[in-house]
Design a protein around this ligand. Structure first.
Ligand SMILES: NC(=O)c1ccc[n+]([C@@H]2O[C@H](COP(=O)([O-])OP(=O)(O)OC[C@H]3O[C@@H](n4cnc5c(N)ncnc54)[C@H](OP(=O)(O)O)[C@@H]3O)[C@@H](O)[C@H]2O)c1
Length: 239
């Protein structure tokens, strides 16, 4: 098993890509802490992940609230003692022309996708630095690599997340902590269905396709790493 004895925290694990990552990691033997706001969805993921025999806990957490992130980290560390892998996957998008974007749309997008990841990293990094070991996987997007029409706030948040990831990858080298920005193209989830209802998604990726790549990143050996990884559907454009 690739992640036997490891403990992973996955934010936004109630559905979509986060759920698929949690199930993939649990299937490879990791202890898992699931975090999101919806208790019902978290419980569904917890039951599915627990079927693998791994230890799984669900902790309600809103990454836009610093005290909620602190409380989540306390519960996770009390349960598992250490966290080896942090997956910042919680995400939000409001796709519309810039002129229609409100202050609230913009602020919320940055808060969830960028500041939320910052807060979770702050919460779990001290333990990783102390042990000189750890992996941080930030689920970014192709929108963090190029401009996409009607996604100005989302693109800004994901470009920011890539900047944070690359800088941390540099800064945390002496601590043997790998930091990865995982940048998928179109994946069929609630987010893409709600924000791009008009798009034909028949050839889009499934959450499991992204989970497969997250598992690859989480289980890379000690000598090689990758900083920014772009995963696109076959029918999508290469960068
Ligand atoms: N779908 C795509 O095409 C695509 C492509 C590239 C990248 N991504 C990225 O992949 C990640 C997962 O997205 P998805 O497509 O799987 O969307 P999704 O199905 O809507 O799932 C989003 C997850 O994030 C959680 N979340 C949202 N706001 C949160 C908050 N304030 N605090 C804690 N958790 C929060 C949601 O749970 P609650 O609402 O219960 O909190 C949910 O579990 C996101 O970062 C997204 O930007 C998606």
């Amino acid at each position: 098993m690739l992640l036997e004895g490891k403990t992973a925290v996955v934010t936004g694990a109630g559905r979509g890509i986060g759920r698929a990552i949690a199930l993939a990691f649990a299937g490879e033997g990791a202890n898992i802490a699931l975090a999101a706001r919806s208790e019902v969805e978290l419980e569904e993921t917890r039951c599915l992940a627990a079927e693998t025999g791994s230890r799984v806990i669900a902790v309600r957490c809103d990454v836009t609230d610093p005290s909620s992130v602190t409380a989540m980290a306390e519960v996770v560390l009390a349960e598992f003692g250490v966290v080896d892998i942090l997956v910042n996957n919680a995400g939000y998008g409001k796709f519309r022309p810039f002129v229609e974007l409100t202050d609230e749309d913009f602020t919320r997008t940055i808060e969830v996708n960028l500041t939320g990841a910052f807060r979770c990293i702050k919460a779990f990094l001290p333990g990783m630095m102390e042990r000189k070991s750890g992996r941080i996987i930030n689920v970014s997007s192709v929108s963090g690599l190029k401009a996409i029409n009607h996604q100005s706030a989302y693109c800004a948040s994901k470009h920011g997340l890539n900047g944070l990831s690359k800088t941390l990858a540099l800064e945390l080298r002496p601590y043997n902590i790998g930091v990865h920005a995982l940048c998928p193209g179109g994946v069929t989830t609630r987010l893409s269905e709600e924000e791009m209802p008009e798009r034909d998604k028949s050839d889009w990726m499934l959450p499991e396709d992204i989970a497969h790549v997250a598992l690859f990143l989480a289980s890379m050996g000690p000598r090689a790493t990758t900083d920014v990884i772009h995963v696109r559907r076959f029918g999508g454009e290469p960068l």
